[in-house]
Write a protein of this length. Structure first.
Length: 575
């Protein structure tokens, strides 16, 4: 296509030259020479322009997938994708001015050989919620009750708010890969950023710090997929994120799904630091992801803070609450996470698996102060609970989603989580259980939608029994009062939630939602785990060090069996 215009221009130049030569009888030789040279210069300029266009077309063949297709999303939640932005071909970017605004709705700008995109989500809500623990009491030597207001309390919450930049750069014609990057930061819109030191959680991590969320660099190709290094939501987490229409709300499915013990920390719905991962291209609807995160922990039992980190990998700093100065509250070493997904039209299916090595749970049981290193009458297992309660934990789930022509989307997840401890530790194992999630969303019109969700946590083999326990459930392994274990504990729970959303345009929406968590006698699942600035959990208003809770010695301040409820109205702006 380029050769024809060049030949035509050459012919025009020859004709012009001949014409001028034929008119030489009426003009001087100098005038003829100047006219010929001028035409030749114009021809050279045109030829150079055509040559540049031809080389650009060769660099980007017609019909080839662009960078957006090459870089599958690592976080499918709208506005939070941890992949490269939608982009035109590198050759097109070269043809634009540096930082020229790309046409369209997104804040995307051309760079020299690539693009850069500014994105984010701003979400605030007004909440009214209750812990539902005011009337609870702890039996035993002297009945005591929760401290502070365990009933209804208003709050303003910054929910899953963040900003980030991401982009790509071409690396020349010698490689099929592009350099990709993303830098994402959580922002506390309604609160001051800083470390956390509350009666629910203690942490040295600054959520508002630069790149506190999914951030990475890597290489991506439309044929070979992408390999990235940094930190990201694990494949296990985002494989079913599209099935959670309550993300960031009080009824977020992370209250139960992926949450082994019911704490605000969602063990198998988390972001993994210092990780490297591979994202496959889409093969006719089939895709997969594989991640490895080295533990970077020098301790055999994962009790050290990982090298280069500020917190224990389990989520809390050493000594949070009444715990000893060690990462013994869920810290783990190496982590692996993977998922496989298939999507065809309205149908989506995924299977995911994640493994945490050497998870330290030695804080689950308070040691008998009279026990030695050998079994005794008061503690038949000696200190085995404290010394040996370090084991691998893994999780597996499958998820299905289907969207009907009526605008109805149905989602379902089945999940199994395991803590691989010896049989003699099952009596205090609250981490091995199954969970289910069912959600249905109905698009009422172009602007309005309604959503319903139900999550169920099944019983575990046992329970540490550190909270407002009933002596009738004490393990036969030791006399009442030893706080050894609770093999018959009923720690099942259900969480129900419903939400209405109205979209004014593709960016701005308002919503209202209601949720409740019904805990059985020994359960302490909360509301709002996994992405909210304000959570409603099982803790009362006692001091972070545990003082003021138990007149018999101070203990964790979490109350089991609570009936938590919450109502929330909010607004969200995504760009």
């Amino acid at each position: 296509m380029i050769a024809r215009p060049v030949a035509a221009l050459a012919a025009i130049a020859l004709i012009a030259t001949a014409t001028v030569s034929g008119g030489a009888r009426a003009q001087s030789n100098d005038e003829m020479r100047r006219m010929i040279e001028d035409l030749q210069r114009q021809l050279q300029v045109l030829k150079e322009r055509l040559d540049r266009q031809e080389s650009q077309q060769r660099a980007q063949p017609s019909g080839a997938p662009g960078p957006a297709a090459a870089l599958p999303a690592a976080q499918p939640v709208p506005g939070a994708a941890a992949a490269a932005p939608a982009a035109s071909a590198g050759a097109q970017a070269i043809a634009h001015e540096f930082l020229e605004r790309k046409p369209g709705d997104t804040l995307t700008f051309f760079t020299r050989g690539g693009e850069i995109n500014l994105y984010g989500n701003l979400d605030l809500s007004l909440d009214l919620s209750t812990k539902g623990i005011s009337r609870l009491n702890a039996p035993g030597t002297g009945v005591y009750t929760p401290i502070g207001n365990g009933g209804w309390l208003p709050a303003i919450s910054s929910n899953l708010s963040y900003v980030g930049v991401r982009g790509f750069q071409t690396l020349g014609q010698s490689t099929p890969f592009q350099f990709v990057y993303q830098l994402e930061t959580e922002i506390q819109v309604s609160a001051t950023s800083g470390t956390t030191n509350t009666n629910s959680n203690t942490s040295d991590a600054v959520k508002g710090g630069i790149t506190s969320r999914n951030s990475f660099i890597g290489l991506g190709s439309p044929v070979w997929g992408s390999i990235k290094i940094g930190k990201t939501d694990a494949p296990y987490k985002y494989s079913t994120a599209r099935m959670n229409p309550f993300a960031g709300m009080l009824g977020d499915y992370s209250v139960i799904m992926g949450n082994t013990g019911g704490d605000n920390r969602v063990e198998f719905g988390t972001r993994l630091d210092h990780a490297v991962w591979y994202e496959s291209p889409n093969w006719h609807g089939l895709s997969g992801n594989l991640l490895f995160a080295p533990g970077q922990n020098r301790a055999y039992d994962s009790s050290n803070v990982a090298s280069g980190e500020s917190d224990c990998s389990g989520g809390n700093i050493p000594g949070s609450g009444p715990l000893p100065i060690a990462c013994n509250d869920g810290a783990f070493s190496n982590a692996f996470s993977t998922n496989l997904a298939f999507e065809r039209g309205p149908f989506y299916f995924t299977a995911a698996y994640e493994l945490h090595r050497k998870v330290n749970r030695t804080s689950d049981v308070i040691a008998d102060t009279n026990a030695g290193t050998q079994p005794t009458g008061n503690n038949p297992f000696g200190l085995l609970y404290d010394q040996n309660d370090v084991a691998d934990e893994d999780a597996f789930k499958i998820g299905l989603q289907y969207t009907f022509p009526t605008g109805t989307t149905v989602s379902g997840i089945w999940e199994s989580m395991r803590r691989k401890v010896p049989a003699y530790l099952d009596a205090q194992n609250e981490r091995t259980r199954r969970g289910t999630w069912f959600a249905i969303s109905q698009q009422l019109n172009d602007a309005d939608s309604v959503h319903f969700g139900w999550a169920h946590a099944f019983r575990t083999p046992g329970d540490p029994g550190q909270h407002n326990a009933d002596p009738a459930y004490f393990s036969a392994a030791g006399p009442a009062g030893n706080f050894v274990s609770y093999p018959r504990a009923d720690n099942a729970a259900d969480m129900f939630t419903v939400a209405l959303r109205h979209r004014f345009d593709r960016n701005f929406s308002i919503y209202a939602n209601w949720a409740e968590t019904l805990n059985h006698r020994f359960a302490h699942y909360d509301l709002g785990a996994g992405g909210r600035g304000v959570t409603t959990d099982c803790h009362d208003a006692s001091n972070p060090d545990g003082s003021g809770f138990d007149p018999n010695g101070g203990a964790p301040r979490c109350w089991t069996g609570g009936h938590l409820q919450g109502f929330s109205v909010g607004m969200s702006y995504r760009f």
